[in-house]
Design a protein around this ligand. Structure first.
Ligand SMILES: [Zn+2]
Length: 449
């Protein structure tokens, strides 16, 4: 037994076998509102094998290394269900522009000039460092060179969904849609049984991918049994364009093309009629809400409460750091809650326990991973986060959920575990070279400026 987290977590990394975490307070998320005190979690080979009173778990796991987290709250790792990780290098460029201008005049020209495998490796590593330090253990990524990004994440011990990019623009990664598709299918094969990396189709948006290409994605996704992750109904202008060019909204178009199914991970969804909400719920489409990016680009507001009431699985995403500008999912949860309350002039909307669930289990559902992650339950992967409760901003602890969502918990994360492996430990990154990561990120500033 050890009461020194740093010493003990390093041993757990090196041995990777049996570990007991004994926090002051445990939020399993399933059930949603539960707060347990005096409970430990036992892990074996990266899986949760027991949750119970401290003494009982200690007695049943006498040889386990024990980490006493007596100042901490332990909860499931956060799931960032939508982002473009390597765009962390573009953070702060193209400020105060609309989505259309931001893409066409800032992002796409920069990517055309600079984006390559090295850019993706450096940017992805920076994003992972930021995310694990603020409690995220899984991220979905839609970006070029997904294999490079997947390997960076796997090396850092980070859980990763690669929504492989499908877009017509020729660039350093591909010559166009068909090339993207060939590379994406090879990626899908390569990581099919991977413990940390999952893959799915990532057509950028219905306005950047042709209808026939989207129909092909629908057919292939069905054939290889993979999800489809797409930006959908991000702005009113985009939906108006669809009406002009296709005689109906993109949701209608995707329905016709066979994409409106339970395989669809639909990102943004700020423009939705009540009938479309019903249709999306009926088809089992999952939705990913990115409030910060939507607010910053002036894109609109996703009707999250209505989607939840209709039974739609909703996860949270930061989107890329270039339109956020951070990757702290606790901050995203806070913003989502405030946005829902203020737009409805109703303080009961999206209460803190619901936001904790959306940031964890909701994200897991959105990515089709809820059988593996998202809550602290026996049999699930040990993706766990410890938050320091003794910081002044966390005291007194009348309401743990409210503290996590509304008091800036992302900056109070002390330990992050993925598959039982410690990837963030009190200001240290045991699985990546932080000095090198930061120095490479800084070196991009001169080039990109
Ligand atoms: Zn995006």
């Amino acid at each position: 037994m050890s009461d020194s987290p740093s010493e003990s977590t390093s041993r757990a990394v090196s041995q990777g076998v049996e570990l007991v975490l004994s926090p002051r307070c445990l939020l399993p998320v399933a059930p949603v509102n539960e707060v347990l005190e005096g409970f430990s979690v036992a892990l074996t080979n990266g899986r949760i094998v027991a949750v119970g009173p401290h003494a009982e778990v200690a007695a049943n796991h006498p040889r386990a290394d024990r980490i006493v987290l007596d100042r901490h709250l332990l909860m499931p790792g956060l799931v960032n269900a939508h982002g473009h990780l390597a765009m962390a290098l573009l953070r702060g460029l193209g400020e105060s522009q609309s989505l259309e201008t931001w893409l066409a005049e800032t992002i796409w020209p920069l990517e055309a000039r600079w984006m390559d495998a090295g850019f993706v490796a450096d940017g992805t590593r920076l994003a992972v460092a930021e995310m694990v330090a603020s409690g995220t253990t899984t991220a979905s990524d839609m970006y070029y060179f997904p294999e490079t990004a997947a390997l960076v994440c796997r090396e850092a011990g980070f859980r990763f969904q690669a929504a492989f990019p499908l877009i017509g623009n020729p660039n350093a990664y591909s010559s166009g849609f068909d090339d993207c598709l060939t590379k994406g299918l090879a990626l899908l094969d390569r990581f099919r049984d991977d413990d940390l990396v999952t893959t799915c189709f990532g057509p950028h948006a219905p306005y950047t991918v042709e209808d026939a290409q989207l129909a092909k994605v629908a057919m292939l996704a069905d054939e290889v049994d993979a999800d489809v992750h797409i930006h959908l109904h991000e702005t009113q202008a985009e939906v108006d364009d669809a009406r002009r060019t296709h005689g109906g909204t993109w949701i209608k178009v995707l329905e016709t093309l066979g994409l409106l199914t339970e395989k669809l991970q639909a990102v943004h969804m700020t423009v939705l009629t009540d009938a479309e909400i019903e249709l999306v719920a009926e088809r089992g489409v999952r939705v990913i809400h990115c409030p910060h990016s939507n607010m910053k680009l002036g894109s609109g507001v996703c009707p999250v409460t209505k989607l939840l009431d209709a039974g739609v699985a909703v996860g949270l995403g930061t989107d890329g750091a270039a339109s956020n500008n951070g990757l702290d999912l606790f901050a995203e949860a806070r913003l989502a809650s405030l946005l829902a309350k203020s737009t409805a002039a109703d303080p009961t909307r999206l209460p803190a326990p619901d936001m904790v669930e959306m940031a964890t289990l909701g994200g897991a559902r959105a990515l089709g991973l809820s059988d593996r992650i998202g809550s602290i339950e026996v049999g699930k992967c040990a993706d766990l986060v410890a938050v320091d409760l003794d910081h002044p901003s966390m005291q007194p602890l009348h309401d743990p959920h409210a503290q996590l969502v509304h008091a800036g918990a992302g900056g109070r994360v002390t330990h992050t575990f993925v598959n039982g492996r410690c990837v963030y430990d009190n200001g240290a990154w045991p699985t990546l070279d932080i000095d090198e990561t930061l120095s490479r990120a800084a070196s991009w500033r001169a080039r990109l400026a």
